[in-house]
Design a protein around this ligand. Structure first.
Ligand code: IMP
Length: 337
């Protein structure tokens, strides 16, 4: 069976996503316990305990989620519609949160006070390969000099333009989000693994200075491990964090089960008008505190690292033994009832 390096996998003739690949341990691991592994990772100048970012969606990251993730040494990007935004702008949550999303048409009244507090600014758009996004990025960078996250992109061909416009990090993935209907509506997008690898290798080959965020389609701690092994600096999660206590919105009781809503940023429920809809709305079983999810990711990732003989994430990012799975191999890997 052929084992692939990152370059080899990038050359695979079909576009691949997380369920299509697997990590293959090829060394005798010297790691005795997964507690020996270190999941800390720098994102910009922030030392994260685990490189997990929450998506700036209105059903994922409000102020409670952002504060809790900060406590857990992860990074919450508060959504720009959150009811706390005026307080954030006033400075009520300084030192409690680190990142905020803005829209393409957000004005200086919003951006200037956020920049003054040195928040990371995420320009939250569906398509960063667009001249208006590049212009906004350039303007914000020149005026305020803050760290900027842009997104989303599906391919490395546009990476240089984003770097030239002053982007410090990019969200990678179009069409892969779990409540995303972009690919159905537009026919756009490639598998998340191929997107990520393509951008990763472009960055390395051109020695570009930009951090890579794997965004969309991550369903399990194993997918987090795969994204990092493929070279992601951080992962961005929507569905995995949705349904937890800290997300905005009510807990709903229906048929003896507790639920919370999760909806796409471009869903009808968010837009509430007859614009083009590229997202869905769904219910997620209530999961309790987000710490449970973060702990689960940390445990899975550490275990993966010990199989792969990687004490650090830097070492996991140099993985060169990926397998491509047949559909039956993928099914074989799932627990049976
Ligand atoms: P998930 O973790 O698979 O649920 O994906 C979350 C990601 O889906 C977000 O971070 C966005 O990049 C993307 N996304 C969120 N809302 C929409 C939408 O309405 N349409 C398309 N993509 C979306």
């Amino acid at each position: 069976m052929k084992l692939y390096t990152q370059e080899g996998l990038n050359d695979y003739q079909l576009s691949l996503t997380y369920d299509d690949i697997s990590l293959v341990p090829t060394q005798i691991s010297k790691i005795k316990s997964r507690n020996e592994t270190k999941t800390s990772s720098k994102f910009f100048d922030i030392e994260l305990g685990l490189p997990v970012l929450s998506s700036p969606m209105d059903s994922v990251t409000g102020i409670d989620m952002a504060i809790e993730l900060d406590k857990l040494n992860c990074l919450g990007i508060i959504n720009r519609f959150d009811s706390s935004l005026q307080q954030v702008i006033k400075g009520d949550f300084e030192n409690k949160i680190k990142a905020v999303s803005i829209a393409l048409n957000s004005s200086d009244d919003v951006i200037a006070p956020l920049a003054e507090k040195n928040y990371i600014i995420c320009i939250d758009t569906a398509n960063a390969s667009n001249s208006s996004v590049l212009k906004k990025c350039e303007e914000v960078k020149l005026k305020y000099g803050v760290k900027i996250i842009v997104g989303n992109i599906a391919h490395g061909s546009v990476l240089q333009s984003l770097v030239d416009a002053g982007a410090d990090a990019v969200r990678i993935g179009i069409g892969g989000g779990s409540v995303c209907t972009t690919s159905i509506q537009t026919g756009i997008g490639i598998g998340q693994v191929s997107s990520l690898l393509n951008v990763y290798l472009e960055r390395n080959n051109k020695k570009l200075n930009i951090e890579l965020i794997a965004d969309g389609g991550i369903k399990s701690p194993g997918d987090v491990a795969k994204a990092i092994a493929l070279g992601a600096d951080a992962v961005m999660l929507g569905r995995m964090l949705a349904g937890t206590k800290e997300t905005p919105g009510e807990v709903i009781k229906y048929k003896d089960q507790l639920w919370k809503k999760y909806r796409g940023s471009a869903s009808f429920a968010v837009k509430m008008k007859n614009e083009f809809i590229e997202g869905e709305e769904t219910m997620i079983p209530y999961k309790g505190p987000v710490q449970n999810v973060i702990d689960g990711i940390s445990d899975g990732l550490r275990s993966s690292m010990s199989y792969m003989n990687c004490l650090t994430l830097e070492s996991l990012r140099n993985t060169s033994s990926f397998a491509v799975l047949s559909n039956s191999s993928y099914l074989e890997r799932l627990p049976k009832k």
